[in-house]
Design a binder for this molecule. Structure first.
Ligand SMILES: [Cu+2]
Length: 470
């Protein structure tokens, strides 16, 4: 493996920074909920000895936003205040949430206009690693920094590690001046290919952070891929990683091929690692980016004597979400993906009318589900509460896609006709080019729910539909 520290993966043209300050509003009366203010801010993403702070959009001045922590079954209350120059909304990704609080602007709520506010108030029923992020123009707002961790703790503390550490991994496309590359926001080239891939990778909002550890420590890492479109490989070589949860959902502890966690955009993994180096050591955590491994963070061992060696077995997390799948009575739903660069899509429906490819390009709708490019008039399916739904998804494109269902978790049944060896429950799944996957869910949560690609440029360009549970 090549180990090299670099933070600029490429250079880009200088773009002017055109962040208009948001409207200043009169002070509100009572503030019943803690505020979550979305607003322009600055963040020292890059090493301070190279560039000054980057102008970003942030929650309460921070990107990623401060971790929100509750215990399973507790309520999350936040007053979103929009001090951005455009509308916004917050999605609480992976939470089996009350539909009205899901934050899917245009489907479950009206977008929150500049200067306006919205009170989010919901129960987080299941322990796990989740996150929150913008769900209005998310391809732009998340590229500018609007996301953060949402950690739901087990009701009874899990004692399988000495401590835990969240690594929120994101990528950014910055100019040669260290600013957000605004000129390429909305690039149709990105939309039709692999999405907006950044040239800088940050961990917890900074390039190459130092993470102090003690020799012998066992740590529960909560890994979150907050990138717009980048599929992350995270190498935990030398740390004996064992996977214990996927998308917040506990799994029987297991090792990882080549000690690498692969995370599609929006995915999370909880991994137990053992800090096995000597006091004083410095060990990189590497991320695979642009065909090479880069040092994304450094574990720096302090000089304290090593803690005693831990037992090799890992205590599993307690089961959280319960699901009943009745495959005999499952509703069969098929979803065929098409479009994108080098694809075979020749026409698709937009606004109830069939359009040829040239027109689709003009409309910036260049991906489709079942021949429909992002129209939201009709749901993909309707199901009653308790019904099992089997979704067969065929990726008839040249690009991988990260399918995400709102409000529900699902089980991966098969990939290209073969039983998925892990059969994990999850809320986001990576679907390889030309691959067919079968997933199953229990339609358990009433409401209208989005189903979309979490490569945000694909989502806006047509890879979006919804389903209704009644
Ligand atoms: Cu996609």
């Amino acid at each position: 493996m090549i180990s090299r520290r670099r933070f600029m993966l490429g250079t880009a043209a200088l773009a002017g920074s055109a962040l208009t300050p948001a409207a200043i509003r009169a002070a509100p009366a009572a503030e019943p909920f803690p505020e979550l203010r979305a607003a322009p801010a600055t963040a020292q993403l890059l090493p301070a000895d190279t560039f000054g702070p980057t102008q970003v959009w942030a929650y309460n001045g921070a990107t990623p936003g401060a971790p929100i922590r509750v215990k399973a079954g507790e309520r999350v209350r936040r007053r979103l205040v929009n001090d951005l120059p455009q509308s916004t909304a917050v999605h609480w990704h992976g939470i089996r949430i009350d539909n009205a609080m899901d934050g899917a602007a245009g489907l479950t709520q009206d977008p929150v206009q500049p200067g306006a506010r919205f009170d989010y108030d919901f129960v987080a029923p299941d322990a796990g690693t989740f996150w929150y992020h913008s769900h209005d123009r998310s391809w732009e707002q998340m590229a500018r920094g609007l996301s953060g961790p949402l950690i739901v703790e087990e009701p009874e503390p899990w004692l399988g590690a000495d401590r835990e550490l969240t690594l929120f991994i994101d990528d950014w496309r910055l100019t040669g001046e260290g600013m957000i590359d605004e000129d390429s926001l909305g690039s149709l080239m990105d939309w039709g290919h692999g999405g907006r891939i950044g040239n800088v990778v940050t961990v917890n909002g900074t390039v190459g952070p130092v993470l102090p550890v003690r020799a012998g420590e066992r740590i529960r890492l909560r890994l979150i891929n907050g990138a717009n479109a980048r599929i992350l490989g995270v190498s935990l070589e030398g740390l004996g990683p064992r996977l214990i949860a996927v998308d917040g959902h506990p799994v029987a502890p297991r090792g990882l091929k080549d000690d690498v966690v692969v995370l599609a955009p929006a995915q999370r993994a909880d991994v137990v690692v053992d800090c096995q180096a000597e006091p004083g050591a410095r060990v990189p955590v590497k991320v695979y980016a642009d065909r090479s491994w880069i040092d994304a963070a450094d574990l720096v061992y302090d000089n304290r004597a090593a803690l005693p060696t831990k037992p090799s077995d890992i205590k599993p997390l307690a089961e959280t979400m319960r699901h009943e799948l009745d495959m005999d009575k499952a509703l069969d739903v098929r979803l065929d993906m098409s479009g994108g660069a080098m694809g075979s899509m020749e026409r698709a429906m937009v606004d109830g009318r069939e359009r040829g490819f040239d027109e689709l390009v003009k409309l910036r709708r260049i991906w489709a589900f079942n021949g429909v490019a992002g129209d939201m008039d009709e749901p993909l399916f309707r199901a009653s509460v308790g019904r099992t739904v089997k979704l067969t998804i065929f990726n008839d494109t040249r690009w991988p896609h990260a399918m995400h269902l709102h409000g529900h978790h699902f089980k991966v049944l098969t990939r290209d006709g073969k039983a998925d060896p892990d059969g994990d429950w999850r809320d986001t799944v990576l679907n390889a080019p030309m691959e067919t996957i079968e997933i199953a869910l229990e339609a358990s949560n009433p409401g209208k729910w989005l189903l979309h690609c979490h490569m945000l440029e694909h989502q806006v360009a047509g890879m979006k539909t919804w389903f209704e549970v009644a």
